[in-house]
Ligand binder design. Structure first.
Ligand SMILES: Nc1ncnc2c1ncn2[C@@H]1O[C@H](COP(=O)(O)OP(=O)(O)OP(=O)(O)O)[C@@H](O)[C@H]1O
Length: 372
């Protein structure tokens, strides 16, 4: 990690949109890719648009490699020659077209009337490159994204995945100091998504500057980003590398995303007492406000009370059963609401159906506890 502020992206994004307020601090080091992950309406796109200069900040600042793009910052923080194009009410603000930012946004992927090479050459041309030079650079980038033979095609003659690659090439051809990607793989079918994801990862890994990626998809976030920032309701609720976020979710949204049952309660030794009064025996010893989490696969279901083993057992009512890959996912109501995964054979044996009473059991060793 570099010193935040001097290199890479250093931003505090505050945007007011009616009743919604985004308030997000974001520091991304050169060469680092951060994924903003969150539910619909969390403010991810607003954050990207603010970085790009398409959304006004109400407060905060954006600095890229020490150059202030938006916000009130002491003069000493603005290097010579980097003065803003337009001062605004005492603040400094650089308009979008003068920010060295490459964007791959859903809503303006490519110019429909230009072919692939012209689309990619557009940015370099605007940055002052001659026509022939810009086209040569564009052809080179098209090659790099594996579309060397598609230069003459217009966006309408490209598949979704190909258009996405051209958009990426177009963003990268401007040699951006910051790359912004909004749901870069969302529009692609499963197969294309897989290939494009691998390729995008390669380009992100080769990037010298910071990159910020917005996605709903935990797989995209985990595979493409060095660090995840989970955004809910305009704020960062959890941050860290994929492993720490998925192993220790701190909100229901993340728990659902990574497929864990998550509870909050008060720990005392190897137990966590939930708000409902139920007590879970856990693998780790802790004290105080804590989370307890376990995967659906850790839940065993029985028709009658299981006996003899040192595990957590409780009575539950089957609220729903549906297929999930090669097993069945069972929603359980009761004092401890949980999701359980069972094999079709086990489900048949139990005769699972909504409304049915069962016993649920989870071994203490399968329940992770961590401080809230
Ligand atoms: N033009 C607008 N005017 C007022 N409010 C808006 C406008 N556009 C979006 N919002 C609100 O801003 C909030 C954040 O929206 P945003 O699009 O940033 O979320 P998001 O996390 O990108 O969601 P999604 O995953 O659905 O794209 C939402 O509550 C939304 O209703």
């Amino acid at each position: 990690m570099s010193t935040p502020g001097a290199h890479g992206l250093d931003a505090h994004l505050v945007v007011d949109r009616g009743t919604f307020r985004l308030d997000l601090r974001l520091q991304v080091a050169p060469g680092e890719t951060v994924a903003l992950l969150g539910p619909n309406g969390a403010g991810k796109t607003t954050a990207l648009r603010a970085l790009a200069g398409l959304e006004d900040l109400s407060e905060g600042h954006i600095a890229l490699d020490g150059v202030v793009l938006d916000g009130v910052v002491p003069d000493s923080a603005v290097p010579d020659g980097a003065l803003p194009d337009r001062p605004r009410g005492g603040a400094r603000w650089v308009p979008p077209e003068h920010r060295r930012i490459g964007v791959v946004f859903q809503d303006y992927l490519l110019f429909p009337h230009l072919n692939a090479v012209e689309n990619i050459a557009f940015g370099p041309r605007r940055r002052g490159l001659g026509r022939a030079e810009a086209r040569a650079l564009a052809a080179e980038w098209l090659d790099r994204v594996g579309l060397g033979d598609f230069g003459k095609r217009r966006p309408g003659q490209l598949s979704g995945g190909q258009a996405q690659r051209v958009a990426l090439a177009r963003a990268l051809a401007t040699d951006p100091a910051l790359l912004l990607l909004d749901e870069p793989l969302a529009a692609l079918d499963a197969r294309t998504r897989l290939d494009t994801r691998v390729e995008l990862h390669r380009h992100l890994a080769g990037l010298a500057g910071p990159a910020v990626l917005v996605t709903h998809d935990p797989v995209d976030a985990l595979m493409l980003a060095d660090r995840l920032v989970v955004v809910e309701d305009g704020r960062a609720v959890q941050e860290g590398d994929g492993e720490s976020v998925t192993a220790r979710p701190r909100t229901d949204y993340i728990a659902r995303l990574v497929g864990l049952n998550l509870y909050r309660g008060t720990a005392s030794g190897r137990t966590v007492r939930l708000a409902s009064g139920e007590v879970l025996a856990t693998a780790e010893a802790l004290e105080g406000d804590s989370f307890a989490a376990f995967p659906p696969s850790a839940v065993a279901l029985f028709r009658t009370e299981p006996d003899g083993s040192p595990r957590n057992t409780w009575r539950a009512v089957v609220a729903g059963v549906h297929r999930h890959g090669d097993h069945l996912r069972v929603q359980l109501d009761g004092p401890i609401r949980a999701t359980a995964d069972v094999t079709p054979a086990a489900a048949a044996q139990l005769g699972l159906e909504p409304g049915q009473e069962v016993w649920a059991a989870v071994k203490a060793a399968e329940i992770r506890a961590y401080p809230a």
